[in-house]
Design a protein around this ligand. Structure first.
Ligand SMILES: Nc1ncnc2c1ncn2[C@@H]1O[C@H](COP(=O)(O)OP(=O)(O)OP(=O)(O)O)[C@@H](O)[C@H]1O
Length: 366
């Protein structure tokens, strides 16, 4: 096995009693030193994956490998993995120093070693001088850092973070996003971060796993996933999208909205039904004559950086446009888009099939 792979799930299923599987035949690999995000709606199975990696629960079927060895039955305290919980799970009756030192004391390390390690960990998270503070005297962001110091003091190979920013207000949350990402780079430890916030996932991750209904829908870099969503769920969950039914007439020609458009996709059956995605920022406002589509402006909101314009075409389809140009409610305007802006999605395509199709696009176009 590639030595850069630190964690591997092989056909892992998790099921409680006769309930439907919470994770259903999930396989993936995690590389050393990268920042991964598990992204998906509430209840999709993100925390279950973390708990399986941590060793708090065991898989019903399949194998989990850490550093090439099956760890299905290895208890949590014998894995080189530490978890930062959503509520940080700090001990309120202990001060900052004792919270961070706790795990080392359990391991019965010498006091001098503990002191040095705790100091280093607190320095890493910019909390030098806070040793004697009570947890109740620390802000949300500071508590977060104590929780991270408590994880890194054990020198784990992997840190699992279960929605650690969800309790913070928006400003602090953004600050902590930068801080966490920077900390991960400096430490070089693998981070596996759970969130249901797509913007957070896009901003922070090297790799994202988009999860729904106990299955990984798509994995890849933030740009891969944003630019080429595999299906309607991913297109809808990551960013805003215009999604329409269409038909792939032949290679490089897709029909939707009653018109045929040039596109960059190929490898479909003639007239195969598909879904198409166009991102709101890929639609350009122009005159009705110059546009690929004619639409009527229904509403317009100013969002600071752009206008968010909602329009309807002749067929009654809604089109969301992000534009720095202003439109006028009630006007008929044209929407122009390049062939590259159309993303064609095949129904029921697996990630392997999807990746193979996209790789083939990189070959020279006839
Ligand atoms: N011990 C358990 N027994 C039975 N069902 C469970 C158990 N633990 C979790 N589940 C169920 O498994 C599903 C997935 O839960 P999980 O906590 O992994 O979701 P999640 O994606 O982390 O959601 P959230 O974002 O809300 O935390 C949920 O439907 C949950 O109710």
């Amino acid at each position: 096995m590639n030595s850069d792979i630190i964690i591997r799930f092989e056909h892992v299923t998790k099921q409680y009693d006769d309930d439907p599987a919470i994770l259903d035949d999930v396989s993936f690999e995690i590389e050393r030193g990268k920042f991964y995000t598990l992204l998906g709606p509430s209840g999709c199975g993100k925390t279950t994956i973390l708990r399986l990696i941590a060793g708090f629960i065991a898989p019903t079927k399949g194998n989990i490998y850490i550093n090439g060895k099956i760890v299905n039955d290895v208890p949590a305290n014998r894995r080189q993995v530490n978890t930062v919980f959503q509520d940080y799970a700090l001990f309120p009756h202990l001060n900052v120093y004792e919270n961070v030192a706790f795990g080392l004391r359990i391991k019965k390390m010498k006091a001098a070693v503990i002191e040095q390690k705790v100091k280093e960990a607190l320095k890493f998270v910019n909390l030098e001088g806070y040793e004697n503070r009570e947890i109740s005297e620390m802000s949300g962001g500071q508590r977060q850092r104590v929780a991270i110091a408590r994880a890194i003091v054990n020198e784990p190979e992997v840190i699992l973070l279960d929605e650690p920013l969800s309790a913070l207000d928006l400003k602090l949350r953004t600050e902590m996003q930068y801080e966490l990402r920077e900390l991960q780079r400096r430490l070089g430890i693998t981070f596996i971060f759970v969130t249901h916030d797509q913007e957070e996932a896009l901003a922070m991750s090297d790799e994202i796993f988009v999860i729904n209904n106990g299955k990984i829908q798509q994995s890849g870099t933030p740009t891969d996933i944003y630019d080429e969503p595999i299906n309607r769920f991913v297109a809808d969950f990551i960013g805003e999208s215009n999604i329409l039914p269409g038909k792939m007439i032949k290679d490089f020609v897709v029909e939707f909205n009653g018109h045929a458009f040039e596109c960059v996709d190929r490898g479909f059956h003639p007239n195969e039904p598909v879904e198409i995605v166009i991102r709101p920022e890929d639609l350009e406002i122009t005159t009705p004559e110059k546009g690929n589509l004619k639409v009527r402006v229904d509403t317009q909101l100013f969002r600071g950086v752009h206008y968010e314009i909602c329009c309807y075409d002749e067929e009654g389809n809604e089109w969301l446009v992000h534009s720095t140009k202003k439109a006028k409610v009630g006007d008929t305007i044209g929407l122009y888009f390049e062939p590259e802006a159309i993303h064609v999605m095949r129904f029921g395509e697996t990630e392997e099939e999807f990746d193979r199709r996209l790789e083939a696009y990189d070959e020279v176009r006839p």
